[in-house]
Design a protein around this ligand. Structure first.
Ligand code: URA
Length: 234
């Protein structure tokens, strides 16, 4: 059983205060009868809840992609910092989305969110090894020796061992890096272990998903094709 007002919020009918107004205005019917009491309990999946005559489905499963700008922490709440949740557009706000993995405050680029707990765990599982491609600007110039050290598996300053990764030098101060794990500050620490301080970092790809032309700061739902590929672990 669930409160009617929560069900309406989760279905995307509006924010909590908008839902109050919607109920007061008599726009909601439960099982064919008008209902103005938001505290009334309904059975999601069994009760027929309509808004302006349209049947609502309750919280739907959603996976969305954000092009994260710098300056936002990847967290659902933070007492002092701005969080990525603040960037979700209103239509995604009541879906109970959680970030998949983490990008540092300064890191930009591809960040997924989902409300599907099973999918979330599968995607962040260390066993999964989803390759993630980063573009980095950094001090110094990466060499073939650096690339070979990445391929062999680096050991970080604190002794942490990394799996084999791909470093593609792009000339002075720029590289592409592909890693299949998600250790804390991983790319920055890997580059630092080879004497290159990262000054800018952007995630461009995660598995088969790419940012495409999604503008910085914006969010979109995955397409059916992207969802299928994600389900198949691509
Ligand atoms: N590696 C990092 O160092 N930072 C990120 O945000 C992502 C990967």
């Amino acid at each position: 059983m669930e409160r009617l007002d929560k069900f309406l919020c989760d279905s995307g009918a509006g924010t909590r205060s908008q839902v109050k107004g919607i109920l007061k205005a008599g726009r909601v019917q439960v099982d064919g009868k008008p209902e103005k009491d938001g505290s009334r309990k309904i059975q999601p999946g069994l009760s027929r809840v309509c808004l302006d005559g349209e049947l609502l489905g309750g919280k739907r499963r959603a996976v969305v992609m954000m092009n994260k700008p710098g300056g936002f922490v990847t967290a659902t709440e933070d007492r002092t910092e701005k969080t990525v949740m603040e960037l979700l557009p209103p239509e995604f706000k009541n879906l109970d989305l959680k970030p998949v993995g983490r990008l540092d405050k300064a890191t930009e680029g591809l960040l997924l969110f989902t409300n599907d707990g099973d999918l979330l765990h599968r995607l962040i599982s260390p066993k999964k090894e989803v390759p993630k491609l980063y573009y980095a600007r950094h001090e110094g110039t990466a060499t073939e020796q650096d690339a070979a050290a990445f391929a062999a598996g680096l050991t970080l300053a604190d002794g942490t061992k990394c799996r084999s990764a791909v470093l593609e030098p792009m000339g002075a101060g720029e590289s592409l890096i592909t890693v299949c794990e998600g250790k804390y500050h991983q790319v920055r620490r890997m580059m630092a272990s080879r004497g290159m301080t990262v000054t800018y970092l952007e995630r461009r790809k995660e598995g088969c998903l790419t940012l495409g032309d999604l503008p910085r700061g914006e969010t979109r739902e995955l397409t059916d094709g992207e969802m299928e590929a994600l389900e198949q672990g691509k």
